[in-house]
Structures are given as structure tokens and as C-alpha cells.
Design a protein around this ligand. Structure first.
Ligand code: SAH
Length: 252
């Protein structure tokens, strides 16, 4: 008999930002594996007799823990269990879902994905920032400050263009790298930005900043993980900067 893997998005950490579907799937699982940023109150929904296990990862473990998780999932699926894999935010955004989907496919198990509220959108709501805006912002990009290797580092300069709002995940420790890379490429230092720590939770903290102060403001305000950085490049700002460059060159 084949088991079933359910990847469940548990939202940014507040229990009331979970979906009803997520709660129902937790209630019917035989094995519940949960990550570091998931709200522990969720475990009260685990059915009697089911097993739950913490499998949170720390940075720099060299992938060993993910290998252990993968083995645990495979074992349970092969025994015919329904495995609920609880992930923070949405499972398809920086959630390493692909590896776990591969395992389920390999075992011939059923797969279901339950979407969740991703942390960048909770951050946008907390800070009343629209990530798209008529005439100003037509694209919303999610990217990351941290990657498995330098080769896979995203091209942040390509992301931060007029008309784009960019959400940086896992970026606190990379604030200076992000700031200096963008500024070296000529992106204006006055682009508006905000750090949102523990988005969607009762103890959320927000620090408004701008591109040329990202790292300093993060440090001075002791921004800690989990935090999201939202950076916006509205068309009106790009236009105003262009005009001021043109008028100063005309004066010279
Ligand atoms: N799948 C998750 C992201 C996991 S990667 C999602 O969709 O949100 C982990 C990163 O997510 C953290 O480094 C942080 O950048 C972000 N994050 C997760 N929860 C957060 C929260 N409540 N507030 C701000 N950022 C959060």
C-alpha cells in the first residue's frame, strides 16, 4: 500500500494565518514532521496515536539533516502512512519542497500540496505596502540573500528595476552584500525599503529604511531572523531621478 505526502504551508507563524485545509490535513496525518518556524500550537491538532517530530534545520549543517528527513519520509511512505510535512509560509517558496516531492514520486505515493501565506506577503500586509501598484509597480519578485553556493546566487541587480517590488528572504546576514552589490550597479540609494521581523505575528517589528542604509538600520535596530526585506522601485521615483540628472547636467 502506498502512503501519501502532504506538504503543508503553515503561514508566517501566527496560528490564525493558517488555512482550514492545513488544519484538516494535520488532523488526519499519521506522521507529522515540522520545521523551526512553525507555530507549535499546531501540534494540538495531531490525532491521538499519530507521531510528531521536529526536523528543523540549522544553517551550515551541510545538508545532513535534510538527508535524515528524506529517509524518514521515505520509510513512512513505504509503510503506507500519511505524512504531513509542515513548512513555514508557503511550501513552494524556499521550502525545499522539490526534494521531498521527488521522494514521494519515487515511492509511488500520493502527493498533495496545501498552499500557505508566504512571509513576504504577511510582511507587506503588516507594513501596509502594496507589492503591485497601478502605474507604479507591475512586478513582484521573491529572491533570497542566502544560497547553497556562490554560483547559485541570484542576480539581485536584474531583480531591482523600475516597476518592481522585491522581497528578500534570508537576508539579514547578507544585508551589506545586497546593499553594496545593488549600489555598485548604480541603483539609487534612496530606494524605499522596510525590514519586517516576525511578520504576521503579535510581536512583529518593522524598520523603514532605504537602500543605502539597509545594513546600518538592520544592525542598529538589531533585526533578527526571521525577517523579510521589501525593496520597492516605483516608476515615479525612477522618473524623478532621471529628471533631476537631466536638469543638473543641463545646468553644468
Ligand atoms: N517558505 C517560507 C520561507 C522559508 S525560508 C515562506 O514562504 O515564507 C526562511 C525565511 O523566510 C527566513 O529567513 C525569513 O526571511 C522568512 N520568514 C519566515 N517566516 C517569517 C516571518 N514570520 N517574518 C519574516 N520573515 C519570515
Amino acid at each position: 500500500m502506498n502512503g501519501k505526502l502532504v506538504l503543508i504551508g503553515c503561514g508566517p507563524g501566527a496560528i490564525d494565518l493558517m488555512t482550514l485545509r492545513a488544519l484538516r490535513r494535520i488532523e488526519s496525518a499519521d506522521l507529522v514532521l515540522y520545521d523551526r518556524l512553525v507555530n507549535l500550537e499546531l501540534l494540538t491538532y495531531v490525532k491521538p496515536g499519530a507521531i510528531y517530530q521536529y526536523v528543523g534545520k540549522r544553517a551550515g549543517d551541510g545538508g545532513r539533516q535534510q538527508t535524515d528527513i528524506n529517509l524518514r519520509i521515505r520509510e513512512a511512505l513505504e509503510a503506507g502512512a500519511t505524512v504531513a510535512r509542515l513548512k513555514s509560509g508557503d511550501p513552494l517558496i524556499f521550502g525545499r519542497a522539490a526534494e521531498e516531492i521527488d521522494i514521494a514520486e519515487d515511492c509511488g505515493a500520493d502527493i498533495e500540496i496545501v498552499p500557505g501565506i508566504t512571509s513576504s506577503l504577511a510582511a507587506a500586509s503588516d507594513s501596509l505596502i502594496t507589492v503591485t501598484e497601478r502605474a507604479e509597480l507591475q512586478s513582484f519578485i521573491v529572491t533570497t540573500g542566502r544560497t547553497a553556493s556562490d554560483q547559485s546566487r541570484p542576480d539581485w541587480v536584474q531583480c531591482v528595476q523600475p516597476g518592481v517590488c522585491v522581497a528578500f528572504y534570508m537576508s539579514v546576514a547578507r544585508a551589506w552584500k545586497i546593499q553594496s552589490t545593488l549600489m555598485a550597479a548604480g541603483i539609487p540609494g534612496i530606494l524605499p525599503a522596510i525590514w519586517v521581523e516576525r511578520a504576521g505575528c503579535d510581536d512583529t517589528r518593522m524598520v523603514s529604511t532605504q537602500l543605502d542604509r539597509l545594513a546600518l538600520d538592520a544592525e542598529q535596530n538589531k533585526i533578527k531572523n526571521p525577517a523579510i526585506l521589501l525593496l520597492r522601485y516605483p516608476h515615479s521615483l525612477a522618473g524623478a531621478l532621471k529628471n533631476s540628472v537631466t536638469s543638473s547636467s543641463q545646468q553644468a
